[in-house]
Write a protein that binds this ligand. Structure first.
Ligand SMILES: Nc1ncnc2c1ncn2[C@@H]1O[C@H](COP(=O)(O)OP(=O)(O)OP(=O)(O)O)[C@@H](O)[C@H]1O
Ligand SMILES: [Mg+2]
Length: 294
């Protein structure tokens, strides 16, 4: 078991190719096949425990470049735990231990030389509940670029990020107002814009619509389709229709109770979303998506 160290490594930056060198988007999107996925992040025998108690294990999964991957499954099966491993957010959870491999463009993100701050810039996160900073709309978006030392062209960066998050038209006349004055759905798009502003490659979303009404949810779902032209997205959702609507591939997790009474999460099936929802291989997947289990 390896204990995540957390914090900024002073050794070397995470070395990944420039955008121009990254793997191209799969050519035939209608015929997605897991064996042909162009992976951006890969999990190998991933296991996570909290204070010595195993939460999830044996996770082997590839996240496709510029695809949307949905993680579904009943409460407590380890979806958020797995998601947090993708940018080492579990480093911040006391007692969390991660073993196995998490690679980003083939590089072990848990290697000691990895700059965790840089990793989290490249692999950004949007949380369940919108969490704008107590600042103006403008300053929320400019925050990340400023931390990165950017002083010039901030106006352009803010406009671009808000435009990509489909929020610009709604807020362009009130950029100096508090972010808290926005509706919940607008706040969530603001948080997506804030994540985009530091030019990540991957965006992790943990139940991003669970606090939103159906109209705000539809806006975020539309937005995700636009965003995947530029970003790889991993979304945890309890909403099966949402997973079916937005994602290219779906991973179904569940938790089983061991002989010793311990409840441990596992990946049951990973496939293209149409196959998971129309023709799953595993009876447990079928039971869950048809509402008979979970
Ligand atoms: N910070 C933590 N400390 C201790 N145990 C935790 C912690 N976070 C999660 N766990 C445990 O790990 C297991 C997986 O939890 P996780 O939150 O990843 O599940 P989930 O699939 O995201 O559930 P939900 O759908 O309810 O959000 C659970 O047994 C949970 O109790
Ligand atoms: Mg969760």
């Amino acid at each position: 078991m390896r204990k995540p160290s957390g914090g900024r490594s002073d050794v070397a930056e995470l070395q990944v190719p420039d955008d121009s060198e990254l793997m191209p988007r799969p050519q035939v999107r209608e015929d997605l096949d897991p064996s042909r996925a162009q992976p951006v992040i890969q999990l190998g025998d991933l296991a996570v425990s909290y204070s010595g108690k195993l939460a999830v294990e044996d996770v082997n999964l590839d996240f496709g470049y510029r695809e949307i991957t949905a993680l579904i499954g009943p409460s407590g099966c380890g979806k958020s735990t797995v998601l947090r491993c993708l940018n080492r957010m579990n480093d911040l959870v006391l007692g969390a231990e991660v073993s196995g491999r998490v690679t980003y463009h083939g590089q072990d993100i848990y290697a000691p030389e990895v700059d965790v701050i840089e990793l989290r810039r490249r692999v950004g996160m949007v949380f369940q509940k919108p969490n704008p900073f107590p600042k103006s709309i403008y300053d929320n978006i400019a925050f990340g670029p400023r931390v990165m030392g950017r002083k010039q062209d901030l106006d352009d960066t803010v406009e671009e990020a808000l435009t990509k998050a489909a929020l610009w038209d709604e807020v362009k006349s009130k950029l100096k107002q508090s972010a808290f004055a926005l509706s919940g759905g607008q706040q969530q798009r603001l948080c997506i814009a804030r994540a985009i502003a530091v030019q990540p490659e991957v965006i992790l979303m943990d139940e991003p619509c669970s606090s939103l009404d159906p109209i705000a949810t539809a806006k975020i779902e539309d937005l995700m389709q636009d965003l995947k032209r530029e970003f790889s997205i991993v979304i945890v959702t309890h909403n099966m229709q949402q997973a079916a609507r937005v994602s290219d591939r779906t991973a179904f997790f569940t938790a089983t109770v061991r002989d010793d009474g311990q409840r441990v999460g596992e990946l049951v099936e990973f496939d293209t979303t149409p196959r998971i929802f129309s023709n799953p291989k595993e009876s447990r997947t079928e039971g869950y998506i048809t509402g008979r289990f979970g």
